[in-house]
Design a protein around this ligand. Structure first.
Ligand code: ADP
Length: 851
């Protein structure tokens, strides 16, 4: 642009309609070209022309919706800015899209629209004198004080910024060099203003008016910057640029909707402050909150910290600092609740009552944390819930399975993006009282990771000496957890970190016997499922034999969860029949009961009510109650999943039944062995741990050294068992990792059977560790193992002699149905495992020598 000459803009201008922003003279704007009209303008006027710089277009702020731009031309704003198109960037592929850089020159007024399509062209009248912008012509006299005042504010604003930033220094120089008349437009486009405000400035054609309107905006920005600097002293570098802040509410009194919103927000902050003052939080917390609310009041809402601080304060107000439920502990009532909710589990219930009784007498909760350890589905969680019920406390379950980040327990620091409190504080917020029962579920499944050890964080939570001042990283103030009653559950103690285990009192919850399961099903599970499915005992009848059938043939578990699910499936199927039947007229005649092959001997001979399978004929509504017999069971649940496979698998030498313990309860385990020609190698399969492999080697060594005594020979009749012979031992299920010494006796028995060619009794199961000299050492998990053997229908169980004491824990009726052999050495094991004993020919000599 040539300086000094009064430049005239053309009287006809193509018009660019902008949607998101308002271009003011003296400023530059990048605008995205996406509407068809603007696209046409760019294509035909800017891209085809020879020189871009010569292209002057009219930019009309058009705040209407861009989509309405398609058909009729919207009502155009009267005043626009003539602009130089400086740059067009973009591409035609995959979709034409351009970005246009324009510099505002001067205001113009649309006199007449000459054409609308393909892009609008209008006859315009120039409003500002262009030379104002180009020469250093001063006109202070015309504007007098107003311009001086504006200049001062502008200087003040720039001085609030960091002069070391080149852009700021340049701005400072510009303030002196530019004609004063140009300043209102330029500064308005720099500082934070709404489009509405910019539009007002654009419409202020008279210079004086423009100055008057811009000064409050400038003052507002200055105030905002000052506040920002005060509140964020520590983050000074953020202020080094012109920070876009929202107008300060104390200065803007406009009637814009944004202001109204802010007014509302401000009211909220006042309310929040009131809540903080009236809440019963600790003194320390109150102090922190008041400090934060003070900061919040001064903080522009657009700052990310605003929302963070607000969330923090809202959480602080919501936390139950002093709110608690009243304990109504009465031991007799507690006993009734526990007995009503749970069948069996006598030991657990006894210990829980003791615990509660001590709490009642001592009136405080200091003491070990209870930790229920047992297989899934044995009612650990549900006992926790009952404890909360007896105490009249809120109950909250915190699942810890797979938690590997200590911030999960303790929260994230508030400096962290997306920070939040830990599960303990979150739980307290959810229950709304400070003395709930917290069930820490699956503490054995905590994991360690790079993000720290959650178990270590739990230590502080669970330690009664420390937890009165538990500090969550997010809260950053202490919260008293001493009133919370913590109960933990786990499947095994093996994976609980020792320090954590040390703070807890472990109560073992073993699996159930079949009889217990039967009772639990009929007393608790079936009524619960009926209610859940909207059924009544008049509509469905599940006899005990059917339940027993489900327990033995459709589930194999220590707890009752799968049983519960199967009962649920039956109820669903019956619900369909009942619902269908309700639409049919009841008919007096009844279909006959079908007699499937798989109806077992248990089925009651004269089945009166109709079986569900017969009710399949929709023409006949089912007769109530629908009886669930084996026939119906097969229809609903499919063929039985588990069979008593025991006898079939022991039909050849080289198989023995061992007993294993897993976190899911006891299991029976078939150990198989075979031999073949080879070079004396032992192959072990079934994902065995080192201890188990060693047991296998021990067993082979013991058998080799005793081969003569027991007349054990290899295929060629030699007492050297491994001579020209390979042995393969396999432990199903092959996909499950196994370890531990307790399979020792089973391996010996299995190999003794292989080399002697005799069958192991099919109803014998065994467990026990062995030594090289043939002693049998005690092992763990006897109760679970015995229950598993009982479930599988085995009759004789060989256990180490020193495990005799563990038998006391087993219910009397289970003990009666089983015969136990207490073995101190392998000789006794072998004698018990084979029909007619396992005496050897050479035994006499040996015994004699021993005597
Ligand atoms: P866990 O926490 O040990 O995995 P749950 O407490 O979730 O098991 O129990 C599973 C289901 O079995 C629950 O519905 C519970 O009511 C039921 N249940 C388990 N044991 C008993 C019992 N002894 N008496 C009554 N219901 C029981």
């Amino acid at each position: 642009m040539a300086a000094g000459s009064a430049i005239q803009i053309p009287s006809r201008l193509p018009l660019l309609l902008t949607h998101e922003s308002v271009l003011l003279p003296g400023s530059t704007m990048r605008t995205s070209v996406d509407s068809p009209r603007n696209m046409q303008l760019v294509r035909s006027r800017l891209l085809k022309g020879t020189s871009l710089r010569s292209t002057i277009i009219g930019v009309i702020p058009n705040t209407s919706d861009p989509t309405s731009d398609c058909d009729d031309l919207p009502n155009l704003h009267r005043i626009g800015t003539a602009a130089l198109a400086v740059q067009v960037v973009g591409s035609n592929w995959p979709k034409p899209h351009y970005t246009l850089l324009v510099t505002g020159l001067c205001r113009f007024q649309v006199l007449q629209l000459l054409k609308e399509k393909p892009y609008p062209v209008a006859e315009v009248q120039q409003l500002d004198r262009l030379e104002q912008f180009t020469n250093g012509h001063k006109s202070e006299e015309e504007l007098g004080e107003l311009s001086e005042q504006f200049y001062k504010y502008a200087v003040q604003l720039v001085e609030l910024l960091d002069m070391s930033v080149p852009a700021v220094a340049k701005l400072r120089r510009l303030l002196d060099n530019l004609p004063r008349e140009a300043l209102p437009d330029i500064l308005t486009s720099i500082i934070r203003t709404t489009n509405q405000e910019k539009l007002q400035i654009l419409d202020a054609v008279r210079l004086e008016e423009r100055f008057k309107m811009t000064i409050p905006l400038l003052v507002r920005q200055i105030e905002g910057l000052k506040l920002l600097q005060k509140t964020r002293k520590s983050k000074q570098d953020d202020d080094k640029r012109i920070v876009a802040i929202r107008p300060n509410r104390r200065i803007s009194h406009g009637s814009m909707t944004e202001d109204e919103e802010e007014e509302e927000d401000y009211d909220d902050v006042v309310m929040l402050e009131k809540k903080i003052r009236t809440s019963s939080m600790s003194e320390q917390a109150l102090k922190v909150c008041l400090k934060e609310i003070k900061r919040l009041k001064k903080m522009p809402q657009s700052m990310p910290e605003y929302a963070l601080t607000r969330n923090y304060l809202e959480l602080m107000v919501e936390l139950p600092w002093n709110k608690s439920t009243k304990d109504r502990l009465e031991i007799r009532a507690a006993r009734i609740v526990l007995d009503n909710d749970h069948y069996a589990m006598e030991k657990l219930k006894k210990r829980v009552l003791e615990y509660l009784a001590v709490r009642q007498l001592k009136n405080n909760l200091k003491g070990p944390i209870l930790c229920f350890v047992g297989p899934p589905g044995v009612g650990k969680t549900s006992v926790g819930r009952s404890i909360a019920k007896t105490l009249g406390r809120e109950f909250h379950r915190i699942a810890l399975g797979g938690v590997c980040d200590q911030s999960d327990i303790r929260g994230h620091r508030r400096t962290y993006v997306g920070s939040m409190p830990g599960r303990i504080i979150n739980g307290l917020k959810t229950v709304g009282v400070n003395n709930p029962v917290f069930l820490l579920d699956e503490v054995d499944k905590l994991a360690k990771s790079l993000q720290g050890d959650p178990a270590a964080a739990l230590l502080e939570v669970l330690d009664p000496e420390q937890n009165h001042s538990f500090t969550d990283h997010y809260l950053n103030v202490a919260f008293d957890l001493s009133q919370v009653l913590f109960i933990a559950t786990a499947n095994t103690t093996a994976t609980i970190p020792p320090a954590l285990l040390d703070r807890m009192e472990v109560i073992q919850v073993p699996g159930y016997t079949q009889e217990e399961k039967l009772e639990i099903a009929h007393r608790h599970l079936i009524p619960k499922q009926l209610e859940l499915h909207g059924l009544t005992p008049q509509q469905i009848q599940i006899p005990q034999v059917t339940t027993l059938g489900i327990i033995t043939r459709y589930t194999r578990e220590a707890g009752v969860r799968a049983l519960d699910r199967k009962l649920g499936a039956i109820c669903r199927a019956v619900a369909v029949k009942v619902a269908e039947g309700q639409h049919k007229e009841a008919k007096p005649d009844r279909a006959e009961v079908g007699e499937g092959e798989d109806c077992k001997e248990h089925i009651t001979e004269d089945v009166k009510p109709e079986s569900i399978s017969d009710a399949a004929d929709l023409a006949l509504p089912p007769e109530m109650p629908i009886l669930i017999d084996f026939h119906a069971l097969k229809d609903i649940l499919g063929p039985p999943m588990y069979d008593m496979e025991v006898s079939g698998r022991l039909s050849q030498p080289g198989v023995a039944i061992g007993l294993a313990w897993t976190p899911l309860g006891g299991e029976i385990m078939f150990v198989e062995a075979s031999r073949m020609d080879g070079e004396g190698q032992l192959t072990l399969t079934g994902q065995l741990g080192d201890v188990m492999k060693e047991s296998a080697h021990l067993a082979i060594s013991w058998l080799r050294s005793n081969a003569k005594r027991y007349q054990l020979t290899n295929a060629s009749g030699s007492f050297d068992l491994l001579d020209n012979t390979d042995i393969h031992l396999h432990f199903p299920a092959g996909a499950v990792t196994k370890d531990g010494p307790s399979a020792g006796v089973t391996i010996v028995t299995c190999l003794a059977s292989l080399f002697s060619g005799r069958l192991v009794c099919s109803d014998v199961a065994m467990t026990g560790e062995i030594t090289l000299r043939g002693l049998v050492l005690p092992v763990g998990g006897i109760k679970d193992k015995v229950l598993a053997a009982h479930r599988a229908g085995l009759k004789r169980i060989i256990i180490p002699q020193r495990n005799e004491k563990d038998l006391e824990e087993i219910a009397a009726h289970v003990r009666q149905e089983l015969s136990f052999v207490l073995a101190g050495c392998l000789e006794e094991v072998l004698n018990a495992a084979f029909d007619g004993g396992f005496a050897a020919q050479a035994r006499h000599e040996h015994l004699n020598s021993k005597l």
